[in-house]
Design a protein around this ligand. Structure first.
Ligand code: IPM
Ligand code: MG
Length: 370
């Protein structure tokens, strides 16, 4: 069998630092656990704009299409604030999502025992929390046409974004949510604004029908997206899987992320349709951004990037055991009290990005007896 092809896109800001720690882990895994990957690395985001004239070049896009999975760091920074929209760092992310057809964005918000004190919510509200947000990622108002800003008179202009969803777009992401719920606590909360939006009512109807026809054994609730935001901070443990569109998913996943106390801890997976040969395009990235304020100082927490790689092993390569090993190593490192600055919470010694990466590898050695 040919090696799995991974495209590495570290991007901007802390993307490079956190990715470096994952590459060390991959190196270690390939030496000790007889797994081998074909790795290639390309520029993306503002760094690519500066060197290649676009935030993602056509050849990098092609490389992504030819890979089994993409490992993505983070993009963006104030120095690119005035770049034209279609060449901005974020445009690379949207292009990757669209051209790889990564319609299902999985954003787990898990509170690890070692970090339950880091949340801004009371301990009993978040201890043991384990929510999964399934966000539609390739349609909705981020992609709908028409869009743009135009003049309507000498003194007035207008801006248009279009929220649009088709039956199949809603069905395919809903299937992912229902299937994942079956492996968890068997509940899906579908969030929309059916009280005011046509797309919201449409979303609700499609999810209702799909549930009735294919997933009646899964508990389904419909919840208005604003109420969902409120419930997330009131009593988050009521949720298992939250299914929602692109825009609401962007907002709700940031809220859910903060429940855990650190954005620096959260991984994500973006999955495409299953192809005839059983594989699916996939991209894995930490939920945190490029954090330009701390870039280059080895302060960033590499654990979200490392856990994103663990998700890659699980969802793209069926390597559940290795994926669990990495998760366990991360948990043990935290249980030992090792902390980067973002999760310090009273810890007396703060370690660097590099030291955290090394600590995870040391723990992997202990756990695997290597
Ligand atoms: C996210 C980010 C992106 C989004 C930006 C960077 C385009 O906020 O992945 O949540 O809005 O989807
Ligand atoms: Mg976001």
């Amino acid at each position: 069998m040919s090696n799995k092809k991974i495209l590495v896109l570290p991007g901007d800001g802390i993307g490079n630092e956190v990715m470096a720690e994952v590459l060390n882990i991959i190196d270690w895994l390939s030496k000790t656990r007889s797994m081998s990957f074909d790795m290639s690395e390309r520029l993306v985001g503002g760094t690519a704009y500066d060197k290649e004239g676009d935030s993602i070049s056509d050849s990098t896009m092609q490389e992504a299409l030819d890979s089994d999975a993409v490992l993505f760091g983070a993009v963006g920074g104030p120095q690119w604030d005035n770049v034209e929209r279609n060449k901005r760092p974020e445009a690379a992310l949207l292009r990757l999502r669209k051209e790889l057809d990564l319609f299902a964005n999985l954003r787990p918000a898990v509170v690890l025992d070692a970090l339950s004190e880091s949340s801004s919510l009371k301990l009993d509200l978040v201890k043991g929390l384990d929510i999964l947000i399934v966000r539609e990622l390739t349609s909705g108002v981020y992609f709908g046409q028409p869009r743009g800003i135009s003049k309507i008179s000498d003194t007035e202009s207008k801006a248009i974004d279009t929220q649009v969803y088709t039956t199949s777009e809603i069905e395919r992401v809903s299937r992912v949510a229902f299937e994942l719920a079956k492996l968890r606590r068997n509940k899906v909360s579908s969030a929309e604004k059916s009280n005011v939006m046509e797309t919201g009512l449409f979303w609700r109807n499609i999810v209702t029908d799909l549930h009735k026809n294919e997933y009646a054994s899964v508990e389904l609730e419909h919840i208005l997206a604003d109420n969902c935001a409120m419930q997330l901070v009131r009593y988050p443990k009521q949720f298992d899987v939250i299914l929602t569109d692109n825009l609401f998913g962007d907002l709700l996943s940031d809220t859910a992320a903060m429940l855990t106390g650190s954005l620096g801890m959260l991984p994500s997976a973006s999955l495409g349709p299953v192809k005839a040969n059983g594989t699916r395009a996939a991209m894995y990235e930490p939920v945190h951004g490029s954090a330009p304020d701390i870039a280059g100082q080895s302060k960033a927490n590499p654990l979200a990037m490392i856990m994103s790689f663990a998700m890659m092993l699980k969802y793209s390569f069926d390597m559940e055991e290795d994926s669990k090993l990495i998760e366990k190593a991360v948990q043990n490192v935290l249980l030992k009290g090792l902390r980067t600055a973002d999760i310090k919470d009273g810890a007396d010694k703060i370690i660097s990005t590099k030291e955290m990466g090394v600590a995870v590898i040391e723990e992997l050695k202990v756990l695997s007896g290597n």
